[in-house]
Design a protein around this ligand. Structure first.
Ligand code: SF4
Length: 184
């Protein structure tokens, strides 16, 4: 149900009246919450976004994840999820999620959608050019595998293991400037 501002005010007023009458809204809310997942399959898992590893419960129905929430029985997180974990389902179904690369040319004000092949070739070419141009020299004058000409920002949607692989690739390329939300 879409709740308009007007309906929201009406609902808030009703909730206030019920609580004034001594009706336990917490139990009603808990019951209503449970109705969302009636008949769904429950899968115990954990959040992949950082090393805390908060526990979660995923509910699936007809082959689709319909709900993800904190697992109250998990000894680490006891039902809590931070904003990233609480939004996990968005990784699957958010219609605003980008599925193709976008490119903004130097000096341009807008982004344009480009093909993966073009984007990957372009990234590889620019990394190679920048590394060749900015490799450091050792104290003895040898070129070493270190560049401060490139900074890499990891992705919020990478899991722990993917981030480790990503980080190792960046180190192998000689980068020293790298950041990612999985460091927490
Ligand atoms: S990202 Fe948040 S919910 Fe996920 S494991 Fe880390 S602290 Fe927990």
């Amino acid at each position: 149900m879409k709740v308009s501002r007007r309906n929201f005010l009406k609902l808030s007023g009703s909730a206030f009246m019920l609580s004034m009458l001594g009706i336990d809204l917490d139990s009603i809310m808990a019951y209503a919450q449970g109705l969302r997942t009636v008949g769904a399959k429950e899968i115990i898992s954990h959040c992949r976004y950082c090393s805390v590893g908060c526990g979660l419960i995923a509910h699936t129905s007809k082959g689709k994840v319909i709900n993800i929430e904190g697992d109250p029985e998990n000894p680490i997180s006891r039902g809590a999820l931070c904003a990233k974990g609480a939004g996990l389902i968005q990784l699957l179904y958010n219609p605003l999620r980008l599925t193709k690369p976008k490119y903004r040319a130097p000096g341009a004000t807008g982004w344009k959608e480009v093909e993966w092949d073009w984007a990957l070739d372009e990234i590889a070419r620019r990394i190679k050019t920048t590394r060749d141009r900015t490799f450091k020299l050792s104290s003895k004058g040898f070129i070493v595998n270190r560049t401060d000409g490139i900074f890499c920002n990891g992705s919020l949607t990478l899991g722990n293991e993917e981030t480790i692989m990503h980080l190792k690739l960046m180190y192998a390329l000689g980068l020293v400037y790298f950041d990612d939300k999985s460091r927490m």
